[in-house]
Design a protein around this ligand. Sequence first.
Ligand code: AMP
Length: 284
Amino acid sequence: MQVVQSISELRQRVADARGAGHRIALVPTMGALHDGHVSLIRAARQERAFVVVSLFVNPTQFNEARDLAAYPRDEARDAELAEAAGCDVLFAPPAAEMYSTGFGTFIDVGPIALPLEGESRGPLHFRGVATVVAKLFNIVQPDAAYFGQKDAQQTLVIRQLVRDLNFPIDLHIEPTVREPSGLALSSRNRRLSDAGREKALGLIEALRAIEERFDAGEREAQVLEAAGRAALAARDLAGKDVEYLTVSDYETLARLRRVDTRALVSTAVTVEGVRLIDNVVLTP
Ligand code: AMP
């Protein structure tokens, strides 16, 4: 595996691989890799593609400087994990390589970016995500790109971006990787104490409580959401720590009154000052 920091060198490596007849796969990450990222890299590898993993903590998608500063960084370990998972080139550009002085173009994907994470983190969040992903797509020009269901709204934002700007890229969405406890893996989990990790189980417990009620025939979103909030409260998660726990239409993310169509149940909760998200899909 090679570690590359400049766009021009990366382009050269990708051109060589393409010249040798390989398909190119891209796995965008912000580093602090864990088994969720590894599952994306493995999936790309299984397609027999030349795998580019990007490692870039994208400043334009953070609404809070504190959150950006606190984001875990461990490039040496990331390189080991990426290589073991089957990465061919790790692209780890410095911020100035991606955003040079005078940078001015941003991508707004429209209404899909507004609710849920867009509302909680502000309208600039998905603008930053869409912009950096579009840049990576232009830099790498991959045949396929891999994203995790863990960030469900992000996958919809990227699908919109790919459709609207005609990127000839196959999107692969891989299932959320969880700890045996059910806690979704996240780079942010390493900032939790043992007690915080216990408390964070409230997210998956809430989502599973909703799934159970749904499987038992309940279709009213308000009732389902109340079951989820009760599970959060049982872990002492209530009030402003719960940013949202919402049943939404899976295509538009409009809030649903009844689940008669495929729905996304998603939640964002703060535990020990760490913002965590998770989701499940309900299919009637
Ligand atoms: P991040 O480094 O958090 O920006 O994530 C990079 C990619 O890994 C995104 O497509 C995420 O959705 C995906 N990802 C993060 N956590 C998980 C997980 N637990 N399971 C599957 N994919 C994940």
